[in-house]
Design a protein around this ligand. Structure first.
Ligand SMILES: *Cc1c(COP(=O)(O)O)cnc(C)c1O
Length: 397
């Protein structure tokens, strides 16, 4: 490979660009994970994650990708044959559902159009029908990374309550945590699944389960086979800041730094920044005359935008041009929308000028790939970003 000057633009919706502060924190000698210093770090990150999930309860850290934390959520709370209710919002819901099926659960997977989130009314109706309470868990993906569509987790909670149903509520926040407002306790979520490599600005390799008291109680009776993923030895060792097996020490240095950075910026500012970049991106897409995959404005994702290609144009061909010419990676269409959409990641360590560069690369790429565009979407996005900054606190203030 030959050297390409300047930073690569990693504008896929995860893994995201890792900030220098995090990279520098990781670049330190690995410490003894049974030694006295480790316990201090362990406690710091285990406590520091709680406000990010908005929970007072424990958050478990696995040395694993997000897929591992999906499995942990299921095997700790459910028993063979248990019925779980899931909705086909896109590729990630589909994969989690396949996993549940392989683990021996009975999945009711409600078909979806890959352009909408989970309909709270549908959940309420399904649970009301289930008079015998055979459904043991409702699983939802907060931010469906394959489509750029969110599900309204608080409203789904209300739907479960309205049905008076005792099902557990499991939520995947792998691509929303620390980018889009999320409230584990307030929304009565029993297991929140997350990962390190998206909004948390870390490299891949850590994943999380935030757990409710109800989930802990369920884990004492759950019958699915579990060993590595078992919460019990984790919770016991975590009391003193330690782990039952070797943790990903250097990634935890990075996690400490990322927690500090998020707290310095303030979570509300982090969310507002993601909202602003998402809105600017949508204005760019409309300016180009292209279609946003997400159907309902109240379900727009602030972490990424999936864009539909016009008839006769392939998204992967466009992505190749942009990678070759401008050294920028964009997200591919996954599963049912492969080749039909491309995804612009605007989450994690990101500012207005990173977005301006990203959108400029897309606009130049569209022209080079011969995709007809109506006008300059970049101009629309810049106008919005400029406006959003008038009167707002300057970065230096
Ligand atoms: C990235 C992602 C996953 C998969 O996580 P891995 O770390 O690749 O295992 C699952 N769900 C969602 C919503 C994601 O964005």
């Amino acid at each position: 490979m030959t050297y390409r000057s300047g930073r690569h633009f990693l504008q896929i919706p995860g893994p995201t660009n890792v900030p220098d502060r995090v990279l520098r924190a990781i670049d330190a000698p690995t410490m003894d994970h049974r030694g006295p210093e480790f316990g201090v770090l362990g406690k710091y990150v285990l406590e520091g994650l709680k406000p990010i999930f908005k929970t007072k309860n424990p958050v478990i850290i696995f040395p694993a990708s997000g897929t591992g934390a999906w499995e942990a959520a299921l095997v700790n709370t459910l028993s063979p044959g248990d019925k779980v209710l899931m909705v086909e919002t896109g590729q990630f819901a589909t994969l989690w559902q396949e996993m549940a099926d392989r683990l021996g659960l009975t999945v009711e997977f409600v078909a979806g159009d890959w352009r909408s989130g989970v309909d709270p009314k549908l959940i309420e109706a399904k649970l009301k029908e289930d008079k015998g309470h055979t459904i043991k868990a409702v699983c939802a993906v907060h931010n469906e990374t394959s489509t750029g569509v969110t599900s309204r987790i608080g409203l789904i909670r209300k739907a479960i309550d309205a049905a008076g149903h005792p099902a557990l509520y499991l939520v995947d926040t792998i691509s929303s945590l620390a980018s889009i407002d999320y409230r584990h306790d307030e929304w009565g979520v029993d297991v929140t699944v997350s990962g390190s490599q998206k909004g948390l600005m870390l490299p891949p390799g850590l994943s999380f389960n935030a757990i409710s008291d109800k989930a802990i109680a369920a884990s004492k009776k759950a019958g699915l086979t579990k060993s590595y993923w078992d919460w019990a030895p984790m919770l016991a060792a975590n009391e003193k800041g330690y782990f039952p097996y070797t943790p990903a020490t250097n990634l935890l240095y990075g996690l400490k730094e990322a927690i500090d950075m998020l707290m310095e910026e303030g979570l509300d500012n982090v969310f507002a920044r993601h909202d602003r970049h998402a809105e600017a991106t949508r204005r760019a897409v409309r300016g180009w005359g292209l279609e946003i995959l997400a159907k309902n404005p109240e379900e727009y994702s602030s972490a990424l935008t999936a864009v539909l290609m016009p008839e006769g144009h392939n998204a992967d061909a466009l992505r190749k041009v942009i990678l070759d010419k401008f050294d920028m990676s964009l997200g591919a269409g996954l599963g049912k929308v492969a080749g039909k959409v491309f995804r612009i990641g605007h989450l994690g360590d990101f500012n207005d000028l990173t977005l301006a560069g990203t959108l400029s690369g897309v606009e130049m790429g569209l022209k080079l790939a011969g995709v007809p565009i109506k006008a300059s979407g970049v101009a629309e996005a810049l106008a919005y970003l400029g406006e959003a900054n008038t009167g707002a606190k300057s970065a230096a203030a």
